[in-house]
Design a binder for this molecule. Structure first.
Ligand code: SF4
Ligand code: SF4
Length: 193
């Protein structure tokens, strides 16, 4: 079990975060993946993350050799529709994971264009890509966002904001509810004018 961020000094926090450059791990940040007080409402922490996260478009998540990107049935159908391809043709760019009984795009991703530095199937890209660098929450920390430490922009994001998350950790449900209430009131006031 990794020590909690709050018991590490700033330099040690940054060293730990930077290990993501070479060592695969997810950083659990105390931003709500799920609001304990309101289990129906799961989007607040995620929305906040996307509001502040800035992808640099470095493309590392697309062209780095690795385990490959898993595709579900809907991903496959959407990509094939977008490209006018058969499933068989798409599968020729995938490998079959016998353990997980799933198809994974070979890596580097065949749809990454290193010249144009971009995804050539962007509107139809797999769901996992639309969510990256967020990963599903870690089992041991189901209420915190899990961010892939491999993404350089995610590492910088965590370094810049970690102190704030730690301070807010025990209070985030209340803080976010208050923020939402204030925003609703502001919108109501503006609407009343
Ligand atoms: S690794 Fe991170 S910063 Fe680079 S393209 Fe992917 S999401 Fe963006
Ligand atoms: S499908 Fe697009 S966004 Fe996803 S890994 Fe490939 S190039 Fe990157």
């Amino acid at each position: 079990m990794r020590p909690h961020w709050s018991v590490l000094g700033r330099e040690e926090q940054h060293r730990t975060i930077d290990r993501g450059e070479t060592e695969p791990f997810d950083i659990a940040i105390p931003l709500p993946a799920k609001d304990r007080a309101d289990p129906e409402n799961t989007s607040q922490g995620v929305d906040l993350f996307w509001e502040w996260f800035r992808c640099t478009g470095c493309g590392r998540c697309c062209y780095t050799p690795g385990a490959g990107l898993y595709l579900d049935r809907e991903d496959m159908e959407r990509i094939c529709r977008h490209l006018g391809w058969s499933i068989k043709r798409l599968k020729s760019l995938c490998r079959r994971d016998k353990v997980l009984k799933a198809w994974a795009l070979k890596q580097p991703c065949p749809f990454y264009d290193p010249e144009g530095k971009g995804c050539t199937i962007y509107p139809a890209r797999p769901l996992t890509c639309t969510r990256y660098p967020l990963h599903p929450p870690l089992k041991e920390m189901p209420y915190n966002l899990a961010v892939d430490a491999f993404c350089p922009a995610a590492r910088e994001f965590v370094k810049d904001t970690l102190g704030w998350w730690i301070v807010c950790e025990t209070n985030w449900a209340r803080i976010l509810r208050d923020m939402e209430k204030e925003e609703n009131e502001r919108n109501r006031d503006l609407g009343g004018r």
